[in-house]
Design a binder for this molecule. Structure first.
Ligand code: ADP
Ligand code: MG
Length: 415
């Protein structure tokens, strides 16, 4: 029932109609205790025979559009890109793609890990049908962009994932494609390189290219995308204005659950106090949005009082992105450490964190302001923090711990 065809002159670059995709669920897929604890819903779903990754998705991407795709983990974003790139076959519906498409979806695909970066890039050029001279010219551009001059003779198996991202992205930009599909693999690279990638995507768009970008970075969605689409449980939840769609996403991911949230928000003219500024700084007190794993980071919150408040309280929450799991809460002023504040006064609270326990990845801080029984204000936009560094490990945080077992045979009794 599926239909895939290309037309050269349509204003629509990608047309998706009623696309469905399911995966068989294997009973033994989740076997360890850790997996059951980490993914209880997936474990429960073992009962079902198949997992509906995309239920019935329809949308268009126009030619020349920078189109953002967002949604929580497991909502079906990567599945959608793989369907667009013909990596997966459709269960139903149709996809039409007008133009040459280059995917940047999974790391390592298309590379030979036993070969050096140099040979991989040259081989890739030859496979694209380039002459040796053309392949050589492209090679220089690719290595320049990737800034990997010192590592061209290193076998790819010895490349870090960040280096592979650089190489793969640089290669994709040289593929002469009309449409780029970019999954969030970019997040593996460092912040400076991510910005460089976004810049080159912008350039590609200005020269008439079409970009479909999957990201959890709502800042990128709002500053670069013409339109955004949010997927939730395999369906289109929202599509259109990036500001509206990303607000919907934040609303969903950061759904209120904290007891302070339960208090009605006091936003009337006699609101007691409000946040006037929130920012992150590093060990040198310079403003940052990202720090390397292991470096200190400080959350600064400035508050202005509109009335006299003897005992102000604030609550800072650290949320893992994109899962939206609250991994730490920092109550401020619960022990009376905020001095009484009078109308018109401002004060700044600083929470210094030793982020050495945080895995590389993206995080957000939410903050709330109130008293024991009132909620005056809360973060309208969370503060984003990126921890850069090597590959994320298995857990969200790296808590030092010790395991002790009691019982069993007495000492010396080794039969
Ligand atoms: N190859 C696969 N086999 C089985 N299940 C898959 C496969 N790929 C994705 N899934 C499942 O489909 C759902 C959507 O996954 P995915 O598209 O990767 O989500 P996202 O990229 O939005 O995080 C998830 O529940 C995931 O476990
Ligand atoms: Mg994905």
């Amino acid at each position: 029932m599926s239909d895939r065809s290309a037309t050269a002159s349509a204003p629509v670059a990608i047309e998706v109609r009623e696309v469905r995709k399911s995966f068989p669920v294997q009973a033994e897929r989740l076997t360890t205790l850790k997996e059951r604890l980490v993914k209880p819903s997936a474990w429960l779903r073992q009962e079902a025979e198949k997992l509906e990754a995309l239920r019935e998705i329809s949308f268009d991407v126009n030619r020349g559009e920078f189109f953002g795709v967002i949604g929580r983990n497991g909502c079906g974003k990567s599945t959608l890109l793989k369907l667009l790139a013909s990596i997966y076959s459709l269960d139903g519906g149709s996809i039409r793609v007008a133009g040459r498409l280059a995917p940047f979806i999974e790391l390592g695909v298309g590379f030979n890990h036993e070969l050096t970066a140099r040979d991989n890039v040259l081989l890739n050029g030859v496979m694209m049908g380039l002459s040796p001279a053309e392949a050589r010219a492209r090679y220089d551009v690719v290595i320049d962009f990737a800034e990997l001059h010192e590592y061209t003779n290193l076998k790819l198996k010895n490349y870090s994932s960040g280096m592979q991202v650089r190489l793969a992205f640089a290669l994709m930009m040289q593929a002469d494609a009309d449409i780029l599909l970019v999954d969030e693999v970019l997040a593996v690279g460092d912040v400076a390189f991510q910005e460089k990638c976004i810049d080159s995507l912008e350039r590609m768009k200005r020269s008439g290219g079409t970009i479909v970008l999957v990201t959890h970075d709502m800042g990128a969605i709002q500053s670069h995308c013409d339109r955004a689409m949010m997927i939730e449980h395999g369906e289109v939840e929202a599509i259109g204005d990036p500001a509206v769609v990303s607000a919907r996403y934040l609303q969903l991911v950061f759904a209120p659950e904290e007891e302070m949230e339960a208090a009605p928000l006091d936003t009337g003219p006699e609101r007691g106090a409000e946040f006037t500024a929130a920012w992150l700084t590093d060990g040198e007190e310079a403003r940052v949005e990202a720090v390397s794993a292991g470096e200190p980071v400080m959350v600064n919150l400035t508050v202005r009082a509109h009335g006299d408040i003897p005992r102000l309280q604030a609550l800072l929450e650290l949320v893992n992105n994109p899962e939206g799991v609250v991994i730490a809460r920092f109550p401020i002023g619960y022990g009376g450490e905020i001095p009484p504040i009078s109308a018109g006064e401002e004060l700044t609270m600083r929470v210094s964190l030793d982020a050495s326990g945080l895995r590389p990845g993206s995080y957000r801080f939410h903050y709330h302001l109130g008293t024991a029984d009132r909620l005056y204000d809360r973060s309208s936009e969370p503060l984003a923090l990126r921890i850069t560094g090597a590959d994320p490990g298995e857990s969200l945080v790296d808590l030092s711990h010790r395991i002790e077992i009691e019982g069993g045979p007495p000492e010396g009794d080794e039969g």
